[in-house]
Design a protein around this ligand. Sequence first.
Ligand SMILES: [Zn+2]
Ligand SMILES: [Zn+2]
Length: 170
Amino acid sequence: MKKVCKNCKRVFETMSCKQNYCTVSCRNNYHYYRHQQARVEYQRKFRRTGEYAVDKVQCLICGKWYHHPMSHCWQTHKVLSKEYKIMFGFDITKSQLSKKVQDVMSENTLARFDSIEANLLRHRDKTCFKKGHQVRYTRSAETAERLRHQFDDYHKAVKEGRIKWHYNTK
Ligand SMILES: [Zn+2]
Ligand SMILES: [Zn+2]
């Protein structure tokens, strides 16, 4: 018998009276689309994106609140996280995340810390500090404060023999 596919509206030949789609992928596409539509509608109704909640971080460009404001910044304002942090005087290496996301990320990082450290050391030429290295941006007060502490801690640790000297000496 001849039937019209529910998804692509093509006429197809079938033996079954239950078959409503010309192919399996057509059926899957139809259901996936329906699912997506339902999801978007649900979000529009119930999700309060950008509204204030405890633990959210504010985007200083538009004033809305997010758990992950840097990804919002790129998606809506086309501002990279580095540019944003320079713009508002934040520390470049410090994350702008809510506590919830921070915990998840630090957990992930600690889980694969060995490989991260190994990679940093393998590409030592690029990642380690070099004497006379030019910084291409003006350091914020927060960054300068962090670097000062980091430097002191590092030297202390080297002196006490807790860590090895990692600077690039080439
Ligand atoms: Zn079809
Ligand atoms: Zn924004």
